[in-house]
Design a protein around this ligand. Structure first.
Ligand code: PMP
Length: 359
């Protein structure tokens, strides 16, 4: 029996996708072997790769002047790839919005290669909100501005896209494919796969073509977007199984009604949980209204001595992986695309019951 899985990543995958992969694992397309056991350059795998790209382009309405790259090294690899690929055209300065844990990691990595100007930060209130655009002092000569539209750990989501004069770079690891996206406003969008795309081991980057020739000299080959783009993301052996499975997720997403349908569901699922949190004296959300993530919902118990009990009982009734990130404690329910509304209904029911038994 499959249980409801609220893991922040690697996260729940759609059951029909797993079933299809299971069914064709040993003998894929009558080839007599699995998709993992054939050359990435075979016509059969090339078809998988091309279809995945086509479906992702359809889902996000990606304009033709953007390359779709399937990469390795996770989103963390892109923390390094972004400065390496964009600091070579004159300016080695980048603007950053500091919104929490993941923004901090991206900042730390960029600082190794150039100058970082933090234009806005929510550190003053413990990263419990998305900084607004009012008070920014952008650098006139920034090579790019980087931000993290959804902070996976603190559960903070931007409800706007920053308007900037330089290329806008976004780490969309925990929000991509959860809503329609104005891709044309961005220079680069990247995401690790293991939330809304597929299994871990692959990352996706959408790169506007005019940004492909700005890399620093001596860029490590494996980090170069240009090299990846020129080789159709096959400069070296790609993670074929993760790519294949991501492709199945894209097909599933299209069949569900695409990102418009996902946005509706995300709204519905997260609203249900936040409504309950706000109505309870027993549980609460540490995130300010207006910045609350639709994908990752952290919450705390008023009496944290009950945390262990809460997690143990939740597990007993089939609600998995609700423990908050080790750096912040408390609980976190991640509500990615593959988590159905019934999962959130079951969670809220369990929480109400847990609360009632202690009243
Ligand atoms: N950015 C964000 C917003 C994330 O949530 C994560 C992982 N949870 C990362 C970056 C790091 O991703 P990876 O483990 O793929 O390097």
């Amino acid at each position: 029996m499959r249980k409801f899985n609220f893991c922040a990543g690697p996260a729940a995958l759609p059951e029909p996708v797993l079933r299809q992969a299971q069914q064709e694992l040993l003998d894929w397309r009558g080839l007599g072997c699995s998709v993992m056991e054939i050359s990435h350059r075979s016509p059969e795998f090339m078809e998988v790769a091309e279809r995945a790209e086509r479906d992702l382009r359809d889902l996000l309405k990606i304009p033709d002047n953007y390359k779709v790259l399937f990469l390795q090294g996770g989103a963390t690899g892109q923390f390094s790839a972004v400065p390496w690929n964009l600091f070579g055209a004159g300016s080695k300065k980048a603007d950053f919005i500091h919104s929490g844990h993941w923004a901090a990691k991206a900042i730390k990595e960029a600082r190794r290669y150039g100058q970082v100007n933090v234009v806005a930060s929510s550190e003053d209130r413990n990263f419990s909100y998305a900084p607004s655009a009012d008070s920014w002092r952008q650098s006139p000569d920034a090579a790019y501005l980087h931000y993290t539209p959804n902070e996976t750990i603190s559960g903070v989501e931007f409800d706007y896209v920053p308007e900037v004069d330089c290329p806008l770079v976004a780490d969309m690891s925990s929000t991509i494919l959860s809503h329609p996206l104005p891709v044309e406003k961005f220079g680069v969008i990247y995401a690790g796969a293991q939330k809304n795309i597929g299994p871990s081991g692959i990352a996706v980057a959408l790169v506007r073509e005019d940004l492909l020739d700005r890399s620093m000299e001596n860029i490590p080959r494996s980090l170069s977007w240009k090299v990846a783009a020129d080789a159709d993301s096959m400069d070296n052996t790609p993670p074929t199984f993760a790519w294949y499975l991501s492709g199945l997720v894209f097909q599933w997403l299209k069949a569900q009604g695409g990102v418009e349908a996902m946005a509706k569901q995300a709204e519905q699922k997260s609203a249900l949980l936040y409504r309950y949190l706000d109505s309870s004296d027993f549980f609460s959300s540490p995130v300010e209204k207006g910045s609350r993530s639709r994908m990752n919902v952290p919450f705390v118990l008023a009496d944290d001595s009950l945390d262990k009990q809460f997690l143990a009982e939740a597990k007993e009734v089939g609600l998995l992986n609700l423990k908050g990130h080790r750096s912040v404690g408390g609980m976190r329910a991640s509500l990615y695309n593959a988590v159905p509304l019934e999962a959130v209904e079951a969670l809220v029911k369990f929480m109400a019951d847990f609360e009632a038994r202690r009243a």
